[in-house]
Design a protein around this ligand. Sequence first.
Ligand code: BYC
Length: 325
Amino acid sequence: MTTDHVQEADVGPGTAQLEAEFQNRVAADQRIEPRDWMPEAYRTTLVRQIAQHAHSEIIGMQPEGDWLGRAPSLRRKAILLAKVQDEAGHGLYLYAATETLGVDRADLTERLIEGRQKYSSIFNYPTLSFADVGVIGWLVDGAAICNQVPLCRSSYGPYARAMVRICKEESFHQRQGYELLLTMMSGTDDQRQMVQDATNRWWWPSLMMFGPPDGESPNTRQSMAWRIKRHTNDELRQRFVDITVPQAHRLGVELPDSALSWNPERGHYDFSEPDWDEFTQVIKGYGPCNAERISRRAAAHRRGAWVREAAAAHAAKSRRREEDR
Ligand code: BYC
C-alpha cells in the first residue's frame, strides 16, 4: 500500500461525498438511522422538532388532566385516564427518539422549563367544561393525526417508528372525543350549547397547530428537502379542514367561520386565516395558560427528584453487583 492509500483510508470519505450519499439515501426514501452519518443541521432540526413534540405530549396532559377528578361517570373517567396516560407514553417514546441523536432527556426537560424550547401552542388554552374534553379529542387529536400520519414516513428511523404507534393511539383518542360529543349532542339543550361553545373556542387554536403559513415558515423548505416533513403546514391545515367540516355537519355543530364554504374549482373548502398575531403571542409565552402550564411542569419535575435519585442509586447498585460477580 502506498502512503497515499494509507492517508485516504485514515481520513475516510470527505464531507461532500458523505453529504451526497446522505441526500441520495433520503431521496430514495431510505431511512437514516442513529449510527449513520448525517449533516449537523439535520441532527439539530430533528432534536428541535422531536423535543418540541415530546414536550407537547407531556404538557398536553394538563388541560385534559384537569377534568380527571370531575368526569361525569366512571366510564368517562376510565377513558380519559387511559388517554392521558397514553400522552405520557408518547412523550417518553419521543424523548427516547431524541436521545438516539445524542441529547439527554434531563437537559431537554430543563430547556422546556426554562422556556428555551417550545411546545405546541394548543395547550396554552384552558379547558372550561367537560365538552372541551370531547372537542380536544375531535379537533386537537384530529389535527394531530393529520400532521403525524405523514411523519410515520419521516426520514429519521427512530422518529418514524415512534410515530406509527403514536398514531394508532391518537386514532383511539379522536374517536373517544367524537363519541363523547355525539352523546352530548343527543342530550339536553345545555349540553348541546356546551359542545358549540367548546367548538367555538378550540377551532382557531386547532388550525394554528399546523404552524405558520408556508410563506412565513422558516423551517419547512429544508425539512421537506430532508424528508423530515412530508407536507407543508398549509397543505396539512387544508387537509384537516376538508376532513373536519363533514364531521361537524354530522355532529350538528357550527364551525365559527362565516367564510367556510366548498370551492368546487379547488376541490377544497375555503376558510379564513386564523389570527396569526394571537399565535405569535402564544408561542412567545403570552397565551392564556403558558405560565400555569410551565410552573406546574416545573413543580412536578421538582417533586419527582427523589424518584430520579432512587432510580439512579438502584442502577448504580445493580451495576456494582454485576461487576462483583
Ligand atoms: N406551536 O418553520 P415552522 C398532540 C414554531 S402533541 C408552537 O413552520 P416547523 C397531543 C416552530 O417550532 C402535538 N410552536 O416550524 C398531545 C418554529 O420555531 P423554532 C404536537 C410552533 O418545525 C396531547 C416556528 O414556529 N405535534 O398532538 O417546520 C394531547 C416556525 O415554524 C407551532 C408536533 O409537535 C405551534 N403550533 O413546523 C392531545 C408535531 N407551529 O423551533 C394531542 C411535530 C410552529 O424554529 N412537529 N411553531 O423556534 C411538526 O410537525 C412541526 O414542528 C410543526 C412546525 C408543523 C409543528
